[in-house]
Design a protein. Sequence first.
Length: 92
Amino acid sequence: MRDKLIVWTNYIDAQKSKKEGRRISKSDAVASPTLGEIQSAAEKLGLRPVIEKEKAYPKEWWGSKGRILIEKSRQKNKALKEIAMEIRRMRK
């Protein structure tokens, strides 16, 4: 697991506050990203994503949204911004 980065949907969700888990700026984030969108974006970026649907975000433990593990080939914030940008492109 040390060679993977964890990506929760909250990390790149523009509708979440920093306190709720958003890791990138609101202007870089996207509204309500899904696991599927994150997976597709990560695949296009060559990050070899792995979905873990049964996992629950620790700050929202009651709802099991799942998470994605990606290759640790770049800094986490940079990877999150690239994924959000790719989701924006895919939505157009």
